[in-house]
Write a protein that binds this ligand. Sequence first.
Ligand code: BMA
Length: 338
Amino acid sequence: MTVNDATNETVLTKPRSASYESLLLRHPGNPILTAKDWPYSINSVFNAGATRLADGTTLLLCRVEDRRGLSHLCAARSRNGVEGWEIDREPTLMPSPKDYPEEIWGIEDPRITFVPELQQYVVTYTSYSRGGPGVSLALTKDFRTFERYGVIMPPDDKDSALLPRRIDGCWALIHRPMTTLGSHMWISYSPDLRYWGRHRLMLEARRGAWWDANKIGLSPPPIETSRGWLVFYHGVRHTPSGCLYRLGLALFDLENPAKCLLRGDSWIFGPEAEYERHGDVDDVVFPCGYTMDAGGDTINLYYGAADCSIALARASVRSLLTWLDVNGCCERRRDPNR
Ligand code: BMA
């Protein structure tokens, strides 16, 4: 890649590496959760937030779509994060349009961040309002009771997660507002999780034929490494036969997360397996959560497959960073108003 100074856009020369490495390994038991596993009647289960609880249990907060087409959230717990799931007998977090009218058409795609300072989990999720999707926030200690803050980013906005600690004294939230110029990732800051400002463009969708042209969004919450915040993001390619959801990788400065240090050119994971290629929405891989194994290197990435099921893929953080060193380049910021 080179940068064309006239347009400040990256120009295709040749791919950096000829071989195409599998950085994310699918679990042979995939999909690990489907509608058939549910204790009550549902249409589909996908796009789950994930965390490891204090006792080592993996908790998935799953997006469940009922047979009206509306989504709610339901918790599933497992000792090993792969099987033996204990699923709440009833929805864990239901839309509550009486108190939160913006949840009239459901709540979707949660991301979970454990915040040591608060000793609580912060869940950000999409609330589907008449005006479009917005970002809502709730706090919980146990995934049984929740303190709801309501909408924190008005429509159209989604694909949001909180960083686990304050940056320069403020909480930092990544999110994806939609604008007429495209759907890019932004970061905003707050003193109290309620009032948000200091909005900064964080990562732009590319243009033209790129796999991540026009529409991108944060996937799971960023992974804090000694080299920076490691971020999986999804890119949406619009094709004549529908959208293709794939995953890319980027690294951001630890103390200034709006600053992109490295961004890979090619996607690192896309729909290939049958359960990813065909479902209610074909050709979608959509991770909203990960857990980290005890060694601090292996991550378990939980992703929605074709808007129908939940699947698991594993990766080594060290290998992801090495891949970025070889395949990533330093982002040059374009003028967002052009
Ligand atoms: C996105 C989100 C996801 C969904 C994906 C594919 O816009 O709404 O919840 O998985 O589309 O349908």
